[in-house]
Write a protein that binds this ligand. Structure first.
Ligand SMILES: [Zn+2]
Length: 332
């Protein structure tokens, strides 16, 4: 028997699962009515309660199992939103509430998009269909230091729109209308209230946090440093954000991403002006909360593409000055 079980986050399409639930309900109702015809209601309840092995059977697809192995033609059984069987032998279609023919199609685990800037789009089109239709099941937002959690609507818009080339005239009104939160608890509650397409996970954006702590003007003033009270507030927000499920912190050292609007136009993002001592305070929180906490430096990611080699070298110099101690924090 080549059948085996896997359990990863796959096929969590709400509509599909709802549809399967509906089919199961229909089958159960049909069983009940047949049984009632024989005046055996107690037995009918027992028949209706026996679940089929699979809610969904996907037949004859070219299956990528997510291990890196080459694809193979196989049947996939899904129950309760999880893959419970991948079989080289055909699985019985009578054992599934719904059967899909995937001949000639690829069947694969959902992709995780670890770097998006969907923060604004989530306000207006939380289904994110352009990603879902490409097979993405989880998106990370709050990248490159620019989440939309802590700062007010105009500050959040100004640190976002020019960097992402998304018109301010769309983003600012949406933020003014919808942004009722200014902390991680409020943001997570907002996300939970949305009809999301993919799963969403967010970083705490350092520029967002810094602007909220210092005011956008001071946060982009090269001479300004956060006070001890402001640093402590940022530390507390980072702790609180992790408690509420944020992935960790995203920063920015690329000086060519510019602030929008008419107040501090063309300044670099607030995170760029932070001194290493400020990063060190926040890194300590990330380190204390566990090695899995992520600190992606956007400039290092850009350097991989060959666009910002200077930033990459600057990051490395800053890290090496710390005698390697912070090397793990600078990875992307
Ligand atoms: Zn980015």
């Amino acid at each position: 028997m080549t059948e085996r079980s896997v359990a990863y986050d796959w096929l969590r399409d709400g509509e599909q699962i709802d549809e399967v639930a509906q089919i199961v309900k229909t089958v159960g109702a049909a069983s009940g009515s047949m049984a009632r015809g024989h005046a055996m209601a107690p037995t009918a309840r027992r028949v209706a309660a026996v679940p089929l092995p699979y809610d969904l059977l996907i037949q004859r697809g070219s299956v990528f199992d997510g291990t890196g192995a080459r694809p193979r033609i196989a049947d996939v059984g899904v129950r309760d939103g999880r893959v419970v069987a991948i079989s080289d032998r055909p699985l019985l279609s009578t054992e599934a509430a719904k059967v899909m023919d995937a001949t000639g199609l690829w069947v694969m685990p959902g992709f995780i998009d670890i770097h998006t800037h969907y923060d604004a789009e989530l306000l207006l089109e939380p289904g994110l269909q352009e990603s879902v239709r490409h097979g993405i099941t989880t998106c990370f937002v709050g990248s490159c230091s620019i989440s939309m959690i802590y700062s007010d609507a105009e500050d959040a818009s100004d640190i976002f729109t020019r960097v992402e080339s998304i018109p301010r005239e769309y983003v600012l009104p949406a933020l003014r209308e919808k942004k009722t939160w200014n902390d991680a608890a409020g943001y997570v509650a907002h996300l939970r209230s949305l009809p999301l397409g993919p799963n969403i996970a967010s970083y705490m954006g350092h520029s967002d946090l810094r602007a909220a702590a210092m005011g956008l003007g001071r946060s982009v003033d090269p001479k300004a440093v956060p006070s001890e009270a402001e640093l402590r507030w940022m530390e507390r927000q980072l702790e609180d954000g992790i408690d509420h499920g944020l992935l960790g912190m995203s920063g920015m050292t690329n000086p060519w991403d510019k602030v929008d609007g008419d107040r501090f136009r063309s300044s670099a993002l607030p995170s760029v002006y932070a001194r290493w001592s400020e990063y060190r305070r926040l890194h300590k929180v990330l380190r204390r909360r566990g090695a899995g906490r992520v600190f992606p430096l956007a400039s290092a990611a850009a350097a991989v593409s060959g666009l910002c080699r200077w930033c990459r070298l600057r990051d490395l110099r800053r890290v090496s000055r710390r005698r390697g101690r912070a090397a793990s924090e600078a990875r992307v």
